[in-house]
Design a protein around this ligand. Structure first.
Ligand SMILES: Nc1ncnc2c1ncn2[C@@H]1O[C@H](COP(=O)(O)OP(=O)(O)O)[C@@H](O)[C@H]1O
Ligand SMILES: [Mg+2]
Length: 208
């Protein structure tokens, strides 16, 4: 059986990941592609408990601890959800994955990328997304959308320069891996963004 495809959605809070996940769900369902939708941190019972701790504004953790917890949850996610789905020929769409660790713990908090790469190699054993949709918005757009829609978690409440570094780290990763990343200007209207996403999904579907 052909292996499934692995798609990740990345971008600042408020970029539109959840919004466009619903569109991706419909696009794949119309084509009768069996798909698993998941998220990080999270995606397994243990991962969801770790997510609660990681997003709780009262949690105190050193930078390295935070990074290790992200990868502990990811190990579980890959073993129990991601690999089995891909092996069964399903597509798997994750709302955030390892690029977010490089962006938030690396770019945002200053953990050395080299250290994150050690954990990436250990936990992923070469596994990488086939397509990463980076929904890119300026910080002003991210903040305006979040202010309108929710109370802020432990990452969302960080200062503006933190989020500027997160965005820059995401864009640097996209520039370094253009074959995997599609950078989408997500400050536009939803229909334009979804036309772009559909183009990338169609290309992935046709890819051998
Ligand atoms: N392109 C867009 N134009 C206007 N509003 C948007 C757009 N994309 C998302 N939103 C709105 O912004 C808010 C945050 O979007 P959401 O999908 O939850 O972002 P994320 O999951 O990336 O944090 C929601 O209220 C959503 O309706
Ligand atoms: Mg979301």
């Amino acid at each position: 059986m052909a292996r499934g495809r692995f798609i990740t959605l990345e971008g600042l809070d408020g970029a539109g990941k959840s919004t466009h996940l619903a569109f991706i769900r419909d696009w794949l369902a119309e084509r009768r592609i069996e798909t698993v939708f998941t998220r990080e941190p999270g995606g397994t019972p243990l991962g969801e408990k770790l997510r609660e701790l990681l997003l709780d504004v009262d949690t105190e953790a050193t930078l390295d601890t935070e990074t290790l917890l992200m990868f502990a949850g990811r190990m579980e996610h890959i073993a129990r959800v991601i690999e089995p789905a891909l092996a069964a020929g399903r597509w798997l769409v994750s709302d955030r994955f390892t690029d977010a660790t490089f962006a938030y713990q690396g770019g945002g908090r200053g953990v050395a990328a080299e250290r994150i790469r050690v954990l990436e190699d250990w936990v992923q054993q070469g596994l990488q997304p086939d397509l990463t949709l980076l929904l890119d918005v300026p910080l002003s757009v991210s903040q305006a959308r979040m202010a309108a829609s929710r109370t802020l978690d432990r990452f969302e409440q960080e200062a503006a320069d933190f989020h500027e570094r997160v965005r820059a780290a995401y864009l640097a990763r996209a520039a370094a891996e253009p074959a995997r990343f599609a950078v989408i200007d997500a400050s536009r209207d939803i229909a334009s963004i979804q036309r772009d996403i559909a183009t990338h999904l169609a290309a992935l579907k046709e890819r051998a």
